[in-house]
Design a protein around this ligand. Structure first.
Ligand code: 8X3
Length: 251
């Protein structure tokens, strides 16, 4: 069925994978992100293939702008069926007692408060329509802390708790709630984490075939298209040679 899917952080990685996979599924897309030019390139790529795409330029940390963009949606785009809360990032890999305050603020404001803002804006309409699906992009990092992951792991642990809480709070409706928990996915995740140190970022994926944004998007599309009585509550997706958040076998 043709759905309206809103994806945050749609300009790269898992978000971009979701944009392409939901487009291929025949859905209409609202793509949000900070990079206006990338959003426009992606809009063009997908509209050329026949997908209806609307883009919104904002940072999920900017609650006022997010609210403005959401309230300004044309009527025919307002009834969002699927919200993919993907926007998020890791910054730094230092012991907790040496972390940078700015990195902490950015991760907490994006991964937790940004996700909450989007949830607060979009979900009331879903509840009212008694239809909808929220897919939060959590992480294996939310299941257990790993060395130097501290604050990032805590934000993804919060995503798990908030996803579980929301699922309980909408259980009296037909709205479904999913937590996707990827492991090692090769995107610009590590590049961002290491503040642009590409060599250090490349080492994260050395000797192991990592997942791609498309691999995670496949699961998102599956969950969104499962029969209405089926709620895919949580999925942990690891690379084959990854045993857990901290066990990675490299060859
Ligand atoms: C991304 C997975 O294990 O690199 O959230 O933190 S991990």
């Amino acid at each position: 069925m043709n759905k309206i899917v809103l994806i945050t952080g749609a300009t790269s990685g898992i978000g971009l994978g979701c944009a392409r996979k939901f487009a291929a599924n025949g859905d209409r897309l609202i793509l949000t992100g900070r990079n206006e030019q990338r959003l426009e390139e992606i809009r063009k790529e997908l509209t050329d293939k026949g997908t209806q795409v609307l883009t919104l330029v904002f940072d999920v940390r900017d609650r006022e702008k997010a609210t403005q963009c959401f309230n300004g949606l044309p009527d025919e785009w307002k009834a969002i069926d699927v919200l993919v809360n993907n926007a998020g990032l890791a910054l730094g890999l230092e012991p907790e007692y040496e972390g940078l305050y700015d990195d902490w603020e950015t991760m907490i404001d994006t991964n937790i408060k940004g996700l909450l803002t989007m949830t607060r804006l979009v979900v009331p309409g879903m509840v009212e329509r008694d239809r909808g699906h929220i897919i939060n992009v959590g992480s294996v990092a939310g299941d257990a802390a790993y060395a130097n992951g501290n604050v990032y792991c805590a934000t993804k642990s919060a995503v798990k708790t908030l996803t579980d809480g929301l699922r309980i709070d909408v259980a009296n409706t037909a709205v479904r709630v999913t937590n996707l928990k990827p492991g090692l996915v090769e995107t610009n995740f590590s590049n961002t984490r290491f503040h642009g140190d590409t060599e250090r970022a490349a080492n994260v994926y050395k000797g192991i075939k990592p997942l791609t944004g498309d691999d995670i998007a496949d699961v998102a599309v599956y969950a969104a298209n499962a029969p209405a009585h089926v709620q895919i509550a949580e999925v942990l997706i690891l690379a084959t040679h990854q045993g857990s958040g901290s066990v990675i076998v490299r060859k």
